[in-house]
Design a protein. Sequence first.
Length: 115
Amino acid sequence: MSEKNYSRKSPLSESKLPLSEGGDGVASALVQSFGIGVRQLREAQGWSQERLAENSNLNRSYIGEIERGCAIASLVTVEKLASALKLTPSALVTRGEAISQMNLVRGIKLMAIAC
């Protein structure tokens, strides 16, 4: 399959698993944190979702779904987003992972305060 087949894909062409799947919530936390990271980086550039969509050759509504944690980005999508944001794909995923870990630590601290 050529790369151009991935251009401006419908949001339905990527995996959209319910966030409750996966049992322990680890996957959903990472998916949501990845989306938060994408949104933070997009906003730091001063870009709208439309502009990020144009620069990454993705659909604007799909960008919104990724940012909300409603869609799981494929590796090709991660590569397109990273390129548009001038990062390596690993740096983009690592940012999402760091946000996920930070939120986990916050949750543990809140539980300790509540006890």
